[in-house]
Design a protein around this ligand. Structure first.
Ligand SMILES: Nc1nc2c(ncn2[C@@H]2O[C@H](COP(=O)(O)OP(=O)(O)OP(=O)(O)O)[C@@H](O)[C@H]2O)c(=O)[nH]1
Ligand SMILES: [Mg+2]
Length: 236
């Protein structure tokens, strides 16, 4: 990875996001941040597009993973790569525009104000969940109740993948011992932050269902990842 140009880095895991990635890079680059795309060798050529774009943008980096595809492993690899440079603020977001790049400054301000971890939340006052099926929204809400009860996390939107961390948090939650390889990484990381007593705050966001590209999440995958919460709770 090239030298850090900014204090903040935005990590974006990708798998087959060629329809979104260049627009997202442009939208995120309106803010003074570096960007690291963690691509699992997407067959649709996402990494190729990123590599071309890197010739034009000094703030853009690529981590290409060729083995063991998975949202969880990609997320952890991204955190570890980010920690190799002196970033003080590390943000993660999805590539499908469900997370609005224009919320990035609010996440950073909330972190600076009084938090160690800031979640972009659909489930606090002012937050919204747009364009998803009733079935998916219901699963998200029920899952949140279950996760909060099981893991003892106070945050309302434990499933949010749009979040911002102080560097020290990621240095102290033993990234190398995370057990989730799939989407359950989101809750495993949050649980470790909670156990360490970090200040977790939520700010309202409007989550918009993806318009381009395909979701990688199937209902069985979602249910399996919620089942994994039990292992996260009792095997840490
Ligand atoms: N590197 C990598 N990224 C992944 C993988 N699976 C999903 N992603 C990325 O993780 C982010 C979230 O994936 P989505 O498929 O949008 O899943 P989701 O947002 O949890 O679910 P939806 O609401 O259905 O879109 C997107 O940026 C994906 O491209 C993977 O196996 N490897
Ligand atoms: Mg999505």
């Amino acid at each position: 990875m090239k030298k850090a140009a900014h204090n903040t880095i935005v990590l974006i895991p990708t798998f087959n996001e060629s329809e979104n990635i260049l627009d997202l890079i442009a939208a995120v680059s309106r803010y003074p941040v570096d960007i690291l795309i963690i691509d699992d060798n997407s067959p649709d050529g996402t990494a190729r597009l990123v590599r071309e774009e890197m010739k034009k943008r000094k703030n853009l980096h690529l981590l290409l993973r060729k083995k063991n595809r998975g949202r969880g492993a990609a997320g952890i690899a991204g955190f570890r790569k980010a920690l190799e440079r002196p970033y003080t603020c590390i943000i993660e977001m999805d590539a499908d525009f469900s997370h609005n790049p224009d919320d990035i400054p609010r996440l950073i301000s909330a972190l600076d104000a009084n938090a160690d971890v800031v979640l972009g939340s659909r489930l606090v006052a002012g937050g919204k969940d747009m364009g998803r099926s009733l079935q998916r929204m219901l699963i998200t809400r029920i899952a949140n109740l279950y996760i909060r009860a099981l893991l003892g996390i106070k945050a309302k939107d434990c499933n949010s993948g749009f979040r911002c961390f102080r560097r020290e948090v990621l240095e102290n939650i033993r990234l190398c011992s995370m057990t989730s390889t799939g989407p359950d990484i989101v809750q495993e990381v949050l649980y470790r932050c909670h156990k360490k007593g970090y200040r977790i705050r939520e700010i309202p966001i409007t989550f918009i269902n993806r318009r381009k590209g395909e979701s990688k999440l199937t209902i069985p995958m979602i249910l399996k990842s919620y089942f994994r919460m039990i292992a996260i709770r009792f095997r840490q």
